[in-house]
Design a protein around this ligand. Sequence first.
Ligand code: ZN
Length: 486
Amino acid sequence: MNPTSNHTHPRIAAALRGATDTRELLLGDGVIDETADVFRLLFGNRPATIVADANTFEAAGRRVCDLFARAGLDTCAPFVFEDPNLHACYEHVEKLREALTGNQAIPVAVGSGTVNDITKLAAHESGRWYMVVATAASMDGYTAYGASINREGSKQTFFCPAPLAVVADMEIIARAPAELNAAGYGDLVAKAPAGADWMLADALGVEPIIPEVWSLVQDPLRELAACPEGIRKGDRAAIRNLTEGLMMTGFAMQQAKSSRPASGAEHQFSHLWDMQDHHHHGRIPLHGHKVAIGALASTRLYEELLRRVGDELDIDAVCGNWPGLSEIEDRVDRTHPNGQLRRVAREEMRAKYVTPEALRVRLTRLKQIWPTLQERLRRQLFPADQLRQMLVAAGAPCEPTEIGIDLERLRRSHIEAQQIRRRYTVLDLATETGLLSVCLERLFATDGPWCKPAAPSASSRPTAADTRNTQAGNGKASQQQEHLGC
Ligand SMILES: [Zn+2]
């Protein structure tokens, strides 16, 4: 049997050939039925343990158990997390690892972001591979190297291999709660500003682009994100494209052994709010919902900078006032009251500190390359108004208050987020050009992008009636689809 032959696009087949960990990705309608075959192909007659939470066990876990039983595979009792608010924290990894110590079973994660990340790290710490059955297209971590886990109050990326196999059945993913696939859409369109950040870091000599990794994410991005309305409707083709885009991004991270291909300033907003233990209505907002707001924030900041850097950058003034390391540390202490966050920020800011002399070299280079670079950045980004409209169409948040972040906090988050990671992003460009304050002034002015009322077509959220009409394919929905290029 060759499980990949029937279901994969040439793009995925190429990504699999470059993958260091993942050997199989089944993506298509009904592919869940092949889960036991893939398991046997990769793990022989090793026993399996299905790992799920209560929801994902109902969505697909029970079915996988049945498939394994019918195929005569040996399975241990399923490991089902009962916590209705399960999130990716290290205690859960420890619990699963403990359960795995008594046997030689291969964990089969059935779920999305949280279940996958917990299983990925627990499997690695138990010295074994794992596979995953996806239940939603909610984030790009399925095929990614590394797991994002909260430990001792800080969101950390743990280095651990991607799964050996991923099964992404469109019939199951299309039935996932709409907010999960909308979150995945937020995580996918975030690759536009994340790519701009990498482009920037590359152009300034901070972190070179790896062309073949870049292509995996960026070449198909616009095509795969072209139908946000379809995500909200549960359209199978749109959700398949979304899933493929997220898987391609994961492969890029797997190949680069870094999240750089998928994550820039927009993710730093999300990580910041995680590290501040942000809750909304008693829940941690979904990763892709936070990233959607981060992507809009990052894009709007880019647009301000693209208007200003050419005329307003004053290298002598910036370098003359550039703070020393001890002053930077004082600023960090004033910015972050939370001790753990402060420690992280101090370390990251030390790691990326540039002297006034080094900054002068960097900014001089920036000025020289700016005419070309600004054009490339403009082409890389979705215009902010269009991005906002795409998020609305997909059912993802586009106002920070939708995830419990008020405007004052969002404004502050630009300063805080710049400090929590050494990765070079638009937040660093704004800080190092001395233009962050003036950009924030404009962005949060009463007639600025964050405060002015949105145009009615972009701001109206779909009502239940709209959704029903949309499902019936009425004129209004088709109009919007056309406009967005489905
Ligand atoms: Zn993400």
